[in-house]
Every structure is written in structure tokens, then in C-alpha cells.
Design a protein. Structure first.
Length: 316
């Protein structure tokens, strides 16, 4: 099969599109023919091995896993002997942080993917897994968001943010979202009750009070969370120094601030699929590339100014 491979850490230019062996299928796994991917900041963090502490998980001197790519949608070709809920021919979407998705086929644990809802397409559903799960887990699992609560979503226009605004609305919350002024109409259209343009109002001086503060951008200080929220969830990060400063202050504070790494969970993916089926969650696609342009798509997302999502469609 054809796949992008990396043998060292570096930028998108180090990727080579080569013939490699098709992965085998373990008992708890499914082999999926990949029809579409999306790209996420995690893809370039892992590709570059940055921040450096990520190399403890992904390989100290060189990458442990040769094929990059997290999000995929495709067709199950073979199910492992222990897999009962998926079978050959099923259309699925899922994510795998160990990589392997920028390839014609990927083998993944069956519990890291779910059935695509009726009426959806591969390109759309490939955009949902990591960003959608992160938004859902931040709001519902770590943030414990309840109906009629108020939530501030710092960074409401990107992959995670645009899902977070819609999921928070679907939960019955009152949503204030922060984004650049050029994306204000977009975020209002997603359902935000109020938009704060960070290039017009300094969020670090914002006096609003919210039940929950979610930071997908990662520039809020510990004092920002405490000033604006009753509880907080840190999703993204800007610099290592900033993240360590928040973590350190969190260690000496009683303020409930959660930090987490999104997990691939079939039940969460099912919830997201149901929201899409019921028209309560939509993927906003900014651009679609072919598999040959995956390095270009990674360069695009590395600028961290993506509106909605970027998809990859496999042309065969
Ligand atoms: N904890 C986890 O498990 C987890 C999982 C997934 C992602 N993440 C992290 O979450 C972050 C967001 O991921 P993503 O996929 O949503 O990225 P993305 O699609 O690239 O979106 C980045 C967004 O950041 C916004 N932004 C830039 N500067 C901002 C500012 N000063 N204030 C508010 N928003 C600003 C941009 O909006 P404008 O163009 O409107 O400025 C852009 O839409 C990344 O750091 C990623 O690594 C963490």
C-alpha cells in the first residue's frame, strides 16, 4: 500500500510517499481502507517531536511510528477475531494518536472508531474524531457542563473550537466565544450567543463571569481562569513556559482546572455521530486536499489560524 512515512523528526518536507507493507490485524483491531483524513495540530507536533517532552511517548531520538496521521474515515476491510460490533463493509470514522492514518490502510483498536451516521460522507466524518472528541470531552466529561450554564470558549473558530460552540449549544448552555474579528460572523452562525473579538477586547482584562471556561487556544493564565470561571478546562497550549506556569499555579490552588489529553473512545464518537445525524453538529470545511498534498495541508494547519477543519480526500 502507499503511505506517507517519516524516519526522523522534522517539518512536512521530510515526509515521503512510499510503498509499504499493509498492516496486519490483531484480535481487537479492525483494518480500515482509508477514504479520507483530516489534519490536526497534533499531527505536526508529533511530526516535529515538539514540545520535546512528547518524544518520551513518540520516540526519544527518532519517531517510533513511521506513518503519521491521526484522523480517518473509511471502510472496514477486516475485523479481528475478538471484534463483534464492526464487520467488513462497515463505514467508520475514528482516530489513533500513535499515527498510521496517512496511508491507504490503517489497523486500529476497534474501540477507537464508530459507525458513520447515515447520509454523511467520508470527508466530513474524517474531520470529526480528534477535534470533536476533544471538544466533547472538554465540555461534558472534564467540564461537567450542564443545561442553562454559561460557558466561555476561548478559541471558538478552529477545529476544536467550532465543535465546542455547537456541542455547548446542544447541551443547552449559554455560549460566549472568543475569536478574531474576521471570524466573528462565522462563530455567531455556529450558535454562539455572544462573540468577543480578541483583537478588539483584551480577554485578559475581560470581567465576564462564567460557570465554565474552556481554553482551546491556550493563552489564558491561571488568574484568567479564576477571574472568569467557577471551573476551567485547558485544552490547547501556546508555549511550554505558559503551560508550565498554569500547571504550577494549579498545583497550589483549589480552583478546579482540568488538563487532559483526548482519548479515542467509540462511545464519544457515537455521541458525535448522533449529533451530526440530528443536524445539531456540522463540520465546517475550509479546504479539501488530495492525499498527495498532505504535507501542504500540514503546513497550512501549522499556522494555527484554521477556520473549522481541513480535510484530505483519497483519490484512487
Ligand atoms: N488536550 C488535547 O487532548 C487536545 C486535543 C486536540 C487539540 N488540542 C490543542 O488544542 C488547540 C486547538 O486545536 P485545533 O485543532 O482547534 O486548532 P486549529 O484548528 O488550528 O485552530 C486554532 C484556532 O486558534 C484560534 N486563535 C489563534 N489565536 C487566538 C487567540 N489569541 N485567542 C483565541 N483564539 C485564537 C484561531 O482562530 P482565529 O483565526 O479566529 O484567531 C484558530 O481558529 C491546539 O493547541 C491543539 O494542540 C489539544
Amino acid at each position: 500500500m502507499k503511505a506517507f512515512i517519516k524516519t526522523r523528526y522534522g517539518g512536512p518536507e521530510i515526509l515521503r510517499f512510499e510503498e509499504v507493507e499493509r498492516p496486519s490485524v490483531k484480535a481487537d483491531e479492525v483494518l480500515v481502507e482509508v477514504m479520507a483524513n483530516s489534519v490536526n495540530p497534533a499531527d505536526w507536533h508529533i511530526l516535529r517531536g515538539k514540545p520535546y517532552f512528547a518524544r518520551l511517548s513518540y520516540g526519544l531520538l527518532k519517531p517510533k511510528h513511521k506513518i503519521p496521521g491521526t484522523d480517518f474515515a473509511g471502510v472496514v476491510v477486516k475485523a479481528g477475531t475478538n471484534v463483534t460490533h464492526l464487520k467488513a463493509g462497515d463505514k467508520v470514522f475514528g482516530h489513533h494518536l500513535k499515527g498510521g492514518a496517512f496511508a491507504e490502510y490503517i489497523s486500529v483498536p476497534a474501540n477507537s472508531c464508530a459507525l458513520m451516521p447515515t447520509g454523511t460522507d467520508y470527508t466530513e466524518m474524517a474531520c470529526v474524531p480528534l477535534a470533536g472528541s476533544t471538544a466533547y470531552q472538554a465540555l461534558v466529561i472534564h467540564g461537567q457542563l450542564r443545561k442553562n450554564e454559561t460557558v466561555l470558549i476561548n478559541g471558538g473558530s478552529g477545529g476544536v473550537g467550532h465543535f465546542a460552540v455547537q456541542i455547548a449549544k446542544a447541551c443547552g448552555a449559554k455560549v460566549t466565544a472568543v475569536c478574531s474579528s474576521k471570524n466573528a460572523d462565522f462563530v455567531t452562525g455556529l450558535g454562539a450567543d455572544r462573540v468577543i473579538a480578541y483583537d478588539k477586547e483584551n480577554i485578559h482584562q475581560h470581567e465576564g463571569q462564567y460557570d465554565l471556561v474552556i481554553d482551546t487556544n491556550g493563552n489564558l493564565s491561571h488568574a484568567d481562569y479564576k477571574r472568569m470561571g467557577k471551573r476551567g478546562v485547558m485544552v490547547g497550549f501556546t508555549t511550554m513556559g505558559h503551560m508550565m506556569s498554569v500547571s504550577l499555579r494549579k498545583a497550589f490552588s483549589r480552583f478546579p482546572l482540568a488538563q487532559f489529553t483526548a482519548e479515542a473512545d467509540a462511545m464519544d464518537l457515537d455521541v458525535l455521530g448522533t449529533l451530526i445525524y440530528k443536524n445539531k453538529l456540522k463540520v465546517h470545511l475550509t479546504q479539501t486536499y488530495s492525499q498527495h498534498d498532505i504535507p501542504e495541508a500540514l503546513s497550512y494547519i501549522e499556522k494555527m489560524r484554521t477556520k473549522g477543519k481541513i480535510a484530505i480526500r483519497w483519490l484512487r
